[in-house]
Design a protein around this ligand. Structure first.
Ligand code: SAM
Ligand code: SF4
Length: 332
């Protein structure tokens, strides 16, 4: 329910979507995201409580931010994650609630999440081969993720199930067709995401980016595709198999930036507002939340930050400066 003026930035982009990280912790150590070891965790007291997250969601929803995605770190390592879902589904005006997970905990949590009201889920999966999966995630847990996906499938109300694969040159090519066939065989929309410079190891180079167009050409050589319409603010190109057996998607932030239609902001686990994945500055919302600021004061802070949202990310351009934070610390 929009009861406040809409949230818009200085380029007339209306903000309708927020990604909320509920923890910086993770049980994986994906190479494109975290270091092998040594990333210090936030203290529990530094992380927003479910009450604080719900309050921010209400303030945002009143300004027309109707899409919320819960992420992390790994959101399902936070105890009682379904309780947060239950709180958020009741927020007036919030009409689309989704979760991004590495899938490990879905074997036990898919049911409780659905019972709490979750209807959309994204599961990250970068390889269907045990050795290669362990190479990327630095954890030998492919079977647990596949079991988690099977469990999610048991709930028809949890659709679509999206499987997200980070595409890295020199690694992903050999499984592109296998992933496409997974999308044909299973009720999963498989989406390839271009590798972005958000790895804690800071090894990213533009040469490591396997583009969505390259992957699509590989799939089309085996299985013809037809383009599907997608809303203007969508980050993904959607393609269906020409014979009707399933769908794949391409999220191409590096080769085809979608900044001009970006409708998104992020809140980190410690309650900082980021208006771009690649922002170098953040707005602390936790301090005002904890020091008695009323909703209008918090709204004013959010509006001021959003007014400064940058026009585009500038990856690959000469002036590009990497954020000091990794994807797990921002909330992907
Ligand atoms: N732990 C959960 C997961 O992996 O799904 C949620 C958080 S994770 C940071 C969110 C998404 O960001 C995942 O799909 C992950 O693959 C993606 N990601 C992480 N680092 C990335 C990078 N450097 N480039 C592109 N995508 C990345
Ligand atoms: Fe953890 Fe997700 Fe980052 Fe992998 S991508 S290390 S699962 S937060």
């Amino acid at each position: 329910m929009t009861t406040r003026p809409p949230l818009t930035d200085s380029f007339d982009r209306r903000i309708e979507s927020v990604r909320i990280s509920i923890t910086d912790r993770c049980n994986f150590r994906c190479r494109y995201c975290m270091p092998a070891e040594g990333l210090p965790w936030l203290q529990r007291s530094e992380v927003l409580t479910f009450e604080e997250i719900e309050r921010l969601a209400r303030i945002l929803a009143a300004m027309g931010v109707s899409h919320v995605r819960i992420t992390g770190g790994e959101p399902l390592v936070r105890r009682d994650a379904p309780d947060l879902i239950e709180r958020l589904v009741r927020v007036p005006g919030l009409d689309d609630l989704a979760l991004t997970t590495n899938g490990v905990a879905l074997r036990t949590l898919a049911g409780p999440l659905v019972d709490a009201g979750l209807r959309r889920i994204n599961v990250s999966l970068d390889s269907l081969d045990h050795t290669r999966f362990a190479e990327v995630t630095r954890r030998d847990m492919l079977d647990r993720v596949l079991e988690g996906l099977e469990e999610a499938e048991r709930y028809p109300e949890l659709r679509p199930i999206k499987v997200n694969c980070v595409a890295m040159r020199g690694f992903t090519e050999q499984e592109v067709v296998a992933f496409a066939e997974l999308a044909r065989r299973k009720p999963y929309v498989v989406r390839f995401i271009e590798f972005m410079p958000l790895d804690a190891d800071r090894t990213w180079s533009k040469d490591d980016v396997l583009t969505g167009d390259e992957i699509r050409a590989m799939i089309e050589a085996a299985h013809p595709l037809v383009r599907l319409p997608a809303p203007a603010s969508s980050t993904a190109e959607r393609w269906a198999f020409a014979d009707g057996a399933g769908e794949v998607g391409f999220i191409n932030p590096v080769s085809q930036p979608f900044c001009s239609s970006c409708d998104r902001i992020r809140i980190t686990a410690e309650g900082a507002l980021r208006t771009c994945l690649f922002a170098l500055e953040e707005t602390d919302l936790r301090t005002p939340l904890r020091s008695g600021a009323d909703d209008l004061a918090i709204e004013a802070l959010i509006r001021e930050a959003v007014a400064g949202k940058r026009m585009k990310h500038e990856i690959g351009e000469p002036g590009f400066v990497r954020s000091a934070k990794s994807m797990s610390q921002i909330g992907g």
